[in-house]
Ligand binder design. Structure first.
Ligand SMILES: NC(=O)c1ccc[n+]([C@@H]2O[C@H](COP(=O)([O-])OP(=O)(O)OC[C@H]3O[C@@H](n4cnc5c(N)ncnc54)[C@H](OP(=O)(O)O)[C@@H]3O)[C@@H](O)[C@H]2O)c1
Length: 330
C-alpha cells in the first residue's frame, strides 16, 4: 500500500503533478490533496476517482500516515510542515526553496545525482538550475567543469498563476499586480528580491544550487536572471569553461547521448530549441552549442525546458517514482 499526499494541489505545479501521477502510471493506493482554506472543498477527479481538497492543518499532519508527501505550496508552508510530515515517517519531496541549501537535505535531479536520505526531506531544485545542470553534468564528468555563467529568460508561469495573470492583464492594457513592472511588451531583470551583493535571490539560488548538485562547492558560477513575457518554458544561455578542449561536435554527441536531453542544433538549417516548442514537453532541449573565443576551453549552449515539468512537477514525480520502485536514482 503506497499512500501519497499532495500539498499545493490547486497550484500550477500541483495540478501538473496530479496530471503526471495519472499519465505516468505512478503506482499508489491512496491520495490526499491539500491546499489552503481558499480551495478546501474543491473536487478533483483523477483516474476516475473523485478527491475533495482539504485545508492543510498541523493537527491533520500530526495524525497522518503518508509514505510520500509532494509539497508545492511555497517556502513558508514547506518550512513549517515538511518537518512535521517527516516526524510521522513520511518522505517529503519539496518544490520550494526552503530546504535546498540545508547541508543535510538532498537536492536532487534524477539524471544527475542520487538521494542519500540522511533526512526524509528531498528538495527539488530551482527550475532554471535543473535545466542547466542536466547538460552540465556529462560535460563536468567527461571534461571537467571550471566555470559557468548563466543568463536566463524565464517564463511568467515560473511565478505560478500570479505570473500568468499578470501577462494576461498586460495584454488587456491593465497594470501588473504581481510584478513590480509591466511584463507585457517588456523584460524584467529581477526575479525574487535583491540581496546585499546586488544579486537577486534567484541568481544566488542558481549559483549555490549548481555547486551543490554537481558536488563542486568551489565551482565558479555567476548568473543574471530575467523574466520574459513568455507563458511556458524557460531558456538559459549557459557559458561554460572546461578543463579540456573537446570539439563542438564532441560536445553535441555527448549531450545527445545523455538521458532526457534532445540536441536541436544545426545552424545551417536554423535549428535550435525555443520555449514555444519545448512547452508542455518533459525533456531538456539544447542548441546553439559553439565555442566562446574570448576565453580558453570555453563554450556556449542554449537550454530550453518547461519550468513546470522538468523544472518542477516532473522532476518531483521522477524522484517519487524511483523511491516507490526502490530504484537507484540514475
Ligand atoms: N511555477 C514554477 O515554475 C515553479 C518551479 C519550481 C518550483 N516552484 C515552486 O513550487 C511552489 C508552488 O508554485 P506554483 O507555481 O504551483 O504556485 P501557485 O500556482 O501559486 O500555487 C500555490 C499552491 O499553494 C497552495 N497554498 C498556498 N497557501 C497554502 C497554505 N497555507 N496551506 C496549504 N496550501 C497552500 C495554494 O492553494 P490555494 O488554491 O488554496 O491558494 C496552491 O495550491 C512554490 O514553492 C514555487 O516556488 C514553482
Amino acid at each position: 500500500m503506497v499512500s501519497i499526499a499532495l500539498v499545493g494541489s490547486t497550484g500550477l505545479v500541483g495540478q501538473t503533478m496530479l496530471q503526471l501521477l495519472d499519465e505516468e502510471a505512478v503506482p499508489f493506493d491512496s491520495l490526499t490533496l491539500f491546499s489552503s482554506a481558499r480551495s478546501a472543498g474543491k473536487e478533483i477527479t483523477l483516474k476516475g476517482n473523485s478527491y475533495i481538497v482539504e485545508e492543510l492543518t498541523e493537527d491533520k499532519v500530526r495524525a497522518s500516515q503518508f509514505d510520500y508527501v509532494l509539497m508545492s505550496a511555497g517556502g513558508d508552508i514547506s518550512q513549517k510542515f515538511a518537518p512535521l510530515f517527516e516526524e510521522t515517517g513520511a518522505i517529503v519531496i519539496d518544490n520550494s526553496s526552503a530546504w535546498r541549501m540545508d547541508p543535510a537535505i538532498d537536492l536532487i535531479v534524477p539524471e544527475v545525482n542520487k538521494p542519500s536520505l540522511k533526512r526524509r526531506i528531498i528538495a527539488n531544485p530551482n527550475c532554471s538550475t535543473i535545466q542547466s545542470v542536466v547538460p552540465l553534468k556529462p560535460l563536468a564528468e567527461k571534461y571537467g567543469l571550471t566555470r559557468v555563467a548563466y543568463t536566463t529568460y524565464q517564463s511568467v508561469s515560473g511565478s505560478g498563476w500570479k505570473g500568468i495573470e499578470d501577462l494576461d492583464r498586460g495584454e488587456k492594457g491593465e497594470a501588473p499586480q504581481n510584478y513590480n513592472k509591466p511584463i507585457y511588451h517588456n523584460v524584467i531583470p529581477q526575479i525574487d528580491v535583491f540581496m546585499e551583493d546586488g544579486y537577486t535571490k534567484e541568481e544566488q539560488k542558481m549559483i549555490h544550487e549548481t555547486q551543490k548538485i554537481l558536488n563542486q562547492p568551489d565551482l565558479a558560477v555567476t548568473a543574471t536572471c530575467v523574466r520574459v513575457p513568455v507563458p511556458h518554458a524557460h531558456a538559459v544561455a549557459v557559458n561554460f569553461t572546461l578543463e579540456s578542449n573537446p570539439s563542438v561536435e564532441e560536445v553535441r554527441e555527448l549531450l545527445g547521448s545523455f538521458p532526457n536531453i534532445t540536441v536541436q542544433d544545426d545552424p545551417s538549417e536554423e535549428i535550435y530549441p525555443t520555449p514555444l516548442e519545448a512547452a508542455h514537453k518533459k525533456g531538456v532541449y539544447v542548441g546553439r552549442i559553439r565555442r566562446d573565443p574570448s576565453l580558453p576551453n570555453s563554450y556556449h549552449l542554449w537550454s530550453v525546458s518547461d519550468n513546470i515539468l522538468k523544472g518542477a512537477a516532473w522532476n518531483a514525480v521522477q524522484i517519487l517514482t524511483q523511491l516507490i520502485e526502490g530504484k537507484d536514482v540514475n
